[in-house]
Design a protein around this ligand. Structure first.
Ligand SMILES: NC(=O)c1ccc[n+]([C@@H]2O[C@H](COP(=O)([O-])OP(=O)(O)OC[C@H]3O[C@@H](n4cnc5c(N)ncnc54)[C@H](OP(=O)(O)O)[C@@H]3O)[C@@H](O)[C@H]2O)c1
Length: 297
């Protein structure tokens, strides 16, 4: 079925999970922008309190929790398309994702679009394994489930650069991360949401895997250069070893995620460029230089 041929008399319900989060919420906005009626969109939420903005727009709120299998089966009944946003609960999401895939199958959902993650090395040797194992398995479960799916291999959000390099980078003048010369093809989260909405509102994406990355990949030396150009303030990039980095930041509450992403970057895990995102957007995704100019002036 194409977007143009959707029969609005018959409700082809789209359910968006993670609807109170950044990606899910933005995807709903883009679905509305594309002309999908609010009464054809449901939002899976853990609490309606956090979803008053969605309710005000006429979106149907459905209570559900990835931890509660029964709540998911109930929420997924009569759902045509499920936008499955990966859980943000890192320590429990393996079990949670298993629940979502099984519940989608039990509830006879027609089509699942899943937000997976970029990686190359799928072995336990990967510094990212602790974070990507859930995506490797969820992709596999979806493919084996018999459900019609589209898997979005999201690269690292460009929006997260200030978090990785530190909000005080203009004061310190240094980007300090153990990412070596590794590159990331960062893409903006809202552009991933826009492209996901395009998939949900059209057809032809069944059983495909898309790389949601940019058309160019960048090292932190590039990030430092572009911030220098944007601000006129000299920013340097220093890449310590993982041990030096952990030791230097031991008292700052640095997360394992930061270290793993940087080490993954160093070995090229995120260095995948693609036109998939741009093709779905119908334009070139925002490039790093342009994004950094909006943040650093
Ligand atoms: N590619 C990247 O760089 C990158 C970076 C960070 C995260 N991610 C992944 O991408 C996902 C979407 O990103 P985002 O920025 O939109 O994250 P976000 O703003 O943190 O949103 C996460 C959403 O997941 C929901 N959620 C968490 N635990 C749940 C549970 N047990 N049952 C049902 N819903 C649950 C949250 O609901 P509540 O509002 O109720 O908490 C929220 O709506 C994240 O969840 C994470 O898996 C990717």
């Amino acid at each position: 079925m194409t977007f143009a041929s959707i029969n609005f008399n018959h409700i082809n319900m789209i359910l968006v999970t993670g609807a109170t989060g950044h990606l899910g919420n933005a995807t709903i906005e883009f679905l509305l922008e594309r002309g999908i009626e609010a009464n054809q969109i449901s939002a899976l939420v853990r609490s309606t309190e956090k979803a008053q903005d969605l309710k005000a727009k006429g979106i149907n709120l459905v209570i559900g929790n990835y931890d509660n299998y029964t709540s998911l089966v109930t929420a997924f009944k009569n759902i045509d398309k499920l936008f499955f946003v990966s859980s943000s609960d890192i320590s429990h999401r393996l079990q949670q994702h298993g629940n979502v895939v099984k519940a989608a199958k039990e509830a006879n959902v027609n089509y699942v679009v899943y937000t997976s993650f970029q990686r190359k090395d799928e072995t336990e040797k990967s510094p990212l394994y602790g974070f990507v194992q859930v995506h490797i398995l969820t992709d596999k479960w979806l493919k084996e489930s018999g459900l019609t799916y589209t898997i979005l291999k999201n690269n690292v959000y460009m929006d997260f650069i200030p978090f990785f390099i530190g909000n005080d980078v203009l004061e310190t003048g240094t980007i300090y991360l153990p990412a070596g010369n590794g590159k990331i093809s960062f893409a903006l989260r809202f552009e991933m949401a826009e492209a996901a909405a395009s998939i949900l509102a059209s057809s032809g994406h069944e059983n495909k895997v898309y790389d949601f990355t940019n058309t160019e990949a960048y090292s932190y030396a590039d990030v430092a250069k572009y911030i220098t150009e944007a601000t006129g303030k000299e920013i340097n990039y220093v890449s310590p070893t993982a041990e030096e980095y952990t030791k230097a930041l031991a008292n700052t509450g640095i997360s394992q995620l930061n270290i793993s992403v940087a080490l993954g970057q160093a070995q090229g895990e995120f260095d995948t460029t693609s036109y998939d995102l741009g093709n779905l957007l119908g334009r070139k995704p925002t490039i790093l230089q342009d994004y950094l100019k909006t943040i650093y002036r």
